[in-house]
Design a protein around this ligand. Structure first.
Ligand SMILES: NC(=O)c1ccc[n+]([C@@H]2O[C@H](COP(=O)([O-])OP(=O)(O)OC[C@H]3O[C@@H](n4cnc5c(N)ncnc54)[C@H](OP(=O)(O)O)[C@@H]3O)[C@@H](O)[C@H]2O)c1
Length: 436
C-alpha cells in the first residue's frame, strides 16, 4: 500500500459550508488523519471577496480569488467545490477532473444538470466524484443508495429535502399563517434567501430528487426530467382542512418505479398524519426509501447548516483519501448510462393519484351534482365532500372535495372543466394525496 503522508485539498468556497469544513479540519486534524490514513491539508481556498469576514480567522492557508492557480497546484489531490450555483462551479469541477484530481462537491444544481457528463469524465480519468452533501446536508443518504441498499429493487423514494419550505409549511400549519407571512418570517430568521424562488417553487428539491432518483433506479435523471410545483398557492385554511381529514401538507419530492417506468415529481402533498414524513417539521429533512428487501427505511436529520454539511463533505474527503491510500480501492459505481432495460421515465400524466380540491362555488342547489357529473365523466369518483364557510352576502360557499385515485391527465382535464362551470367561482387549491 502506497500511503501518502499528506493529502492536499483545494477548497472552492469559504461560505457557510466551506467555513464549516475548514473549521472542522483545523479543529480535529489528528482524528481525521487517523481515519483518512493521511493528514488532510488545505492548500488554499477560493473566494470572491478577500475582505469578507470568515468563520476561520487568519487561516493557515492562502485565500485567493485565483481559481486557475488553485486548480493547477500539483500538491492538491482533492478539489472540494462548495461554491454553489451552476457556473463557474461546473467548469471548475470539470477542469479538476480533467487534470486527474478527485472532486468532492455539495452542489446539487451542477449534479442535476451535468451529473451524467461528470460521472463519465471521473470514470474515464480514474478519479472519484463524491457528493454526499448535495442532498440532505448531514443526513447520510447518497452512500446508502450507492452501497448499503444495492441488493434492493427500490420502488419509491419520498423525501422532504428543502428545509426552507418545510419551515414555512410548519409555520403555516402550526400558527395558521398565510404563505407570505410565513415566508417573511423564514427570511427574517435566515432560513430563506431574499429571492426565495428556487426553494418555494420546488426547484431546489427537484435538483436533489434528480440525484436521488439516478442512484435509486440506476439510471440517469436530470433536472429537466423532474416536474415541479411550489407551495405559493397554499393557504392557512388548507392546513386546517387537511388536519380535519387526517393529513399534514408537505412539499414532497417523489420518485417512484411502477410498471417498468420511473416518475419524478416535486409538489405539495397531503400526507397521512400517522406517517413519519408528516411529523418532519421545521428545517428538518427526511428521505424515505422503499426497497423490496428492506421494506421502508427512513433517514431523518438536519438538511443544512455548516457542521451537518461539513460532516458529509469531510466524510467524502476521508473516503477519497482512503481510496488514494489503497484502503478502499473502488469508488462507488456511478449510475450507468440509460441503456436498454433501464426503466423509462414516465410522464406525470400517467400518474394515478387521489386529490384534495378546495373550491369556491355559488351557494345554490344542484352545484355539487354539476361538479360530480364533470368528475364522473372523467372517470373520477368522489371520496368525500365537506361544505365549509358559506358567505351569505356573496352568496358563495366553500367546498372541499377529496377523490379516489384517478389518472393525472384525466384529473387535470376535469379541473379545467370544473373551473369553467357557471356554478364555480374559483378552484382555490388542488393538492395530490399521498397514500401511507
Ligand atoms: N448552506 C447549507 O447548509 C448547505 C447544505 C447542503 C448543501 N449546500 C450546498 O453547498 C454549496 C455552498 O453553499 P453555501 O451555503 O456554503 O454558500 P455560500 O455561503 O454562499 O458560500 C459560497 C462560497 O463560495 C464563494 N464563491 C461563490 N461564487 C464564487 C465565484 N464565482 N468565485 C469565487 N468564489 C465564489 C463565496 O465567496 P465569498 O465568500 O467571497 O462571497 C463563498 O465563500 C452550495 O452548492 C449549496 O447548495 C449548502
Amino acid at each position: 500500500m502506497n500511503v501518502r503522508h499528506e493529502i492536499g485539498i483545494a477548497l472552492l468556497g469559504m461560505g457557510v459550508v466551506g467555513g464549516g469544513v475548514a473549521e472542522t479540519l483545523l479543529k480535529k486534524p489528528a482524528v481525521i488523519a487517523q481515519r483518512a490514513g493521511s493528514s488532510l491539508i488545505i492548500r488554499g481556498a477560493l473566494v470572491r471577496d478577500l475582505k469578507k469576514a470568515r468563520a476561520v480567522q487568519s487561516p493557515p492557508f492562502p485565500v485567493t480569488t485565483d481559481a486557475q492557480h488553485l486548480l493547477t497546484l500539483p500538491e492538491v489531490q482533492v478539489v472540494v467545490e462548495v461554491m454553489g450555483g451552476e457556473q463557474p462551479a461546473f467548469s471548475y469541477i470539470e477542469r479538476a477532473l480533467r487534470a486527474g484530481k478527485h472532486v468532492v462537491t455539495a452542489n446539487k444544481e451542477v449534479l442535476a444538470k451535468h451529473g451524467p457528463q461528470l460521472w463519465d469524465l471521473a470514470h474515464q480519468k480514474g478519479v472519484q466524484l463524491r457528493f454526499e452533501a448535495s442532498v440532505g446536508g448531514g443526513i447520510p443518504i447518497i452512500a446508502p443508495l450507492q452501497r448499503d441498499l444495492l441488493a434492493n429493487d427500490i420502488s419509491s423514494v419520498r423525501a422532504i429535502i428543502n428545509g426552507t419550505t418545510n419551515f414555512i409549511l410548519t409555520r403555516m400549519a402550526r400558527d395558521g399563517l398565510d404563505f407570505g407571512v410565513a415566508l417573511k418570517q423564514a427570511q427574517d430568521l435566515g432560513y430563506a434567501e431574499a429571492d426565495p424562488t428556487n426553494d418555494v417553487e420546488g426547484i431546489d428539491a427537484a435538483y436533489k430528487l434528480a440525484v436521488l432518483a439516478s442512484l435509486a433506479f440506476h439510471t440517469r435523471v436530470t433536472a429537466a426530467d423532474v416536474k415541479h410545483e411550489g407551495i405559493t398557492k397554499l393557504r392557512a385554511k388548507d392546513f386546517q382542512y387537511a388536519r380535519e381529514l387526517g393529513y399534514a401538507i408537505k412539499l414532497l419530492a417523489i420518485a417512484s418505479h411502477t410498471d417498468g417506468g420511473v416518475t419524478v415529481r416535486v409538489h405539495p402533498a397531503l400526507v397521512p398524519q400517522e406517517t413519519l414524513l408528516a411529523k418532519v417539521d421545521g428545517a428538518f429533512n427526511a428521505v424515505e426509501v422503499k426497497g423490496d428487501l428492506t421494506g421502508t427505511v427512513t433517514f431523518h436529520g438536519l438538511g443544512a447548516g455548516p457542521y451537518p454539511t461539513a460532516s458529509a463533505v469531510i466524510a467524502d474527503i476521508i473516503n477519497v483519501a482512503r481510496a488514494i491510500n489503497g484502503a478502499d480501492r473502488l469508488p462507488p459505481p456511478p449510475p450507468p448510462a440509460r441503456a436498454e432495460g433501464a426503466p423509462r421515465l414516465r410522464s406525470m400524466e400517467e400518474l394515478n393519484t387521489s386529490y384534495y380540491i378546495r373550491l369556491n362555488v355559488h351557494d345554490r342547489p344542484g352545484v355539487l351534482a354539476r361538479i360530480a357529473t364533470v368528475l364522473g365523466s372523467n372517470q373520477i369518483s368522489i371520496a368525500s365532500v365537506i361544505q365549509k364557510d358559506a358567505d351569505e352576502a356573496q352568496n358563495s360557499a366553500e367546498l372541499v372535495i377529496t377523490t379516489h385515485p384517478a389518472q393525472e391527465a384525466r384529473m387535470q382535464r376535469a379541473l379545467l372543466e370544473v373551473a369553467a362551470l357557471d356554478v364555480v367561482r374559483e378552484i382555490n387549491t388542488s393538492i395530490r394525496v399521498e397514500p401511507v
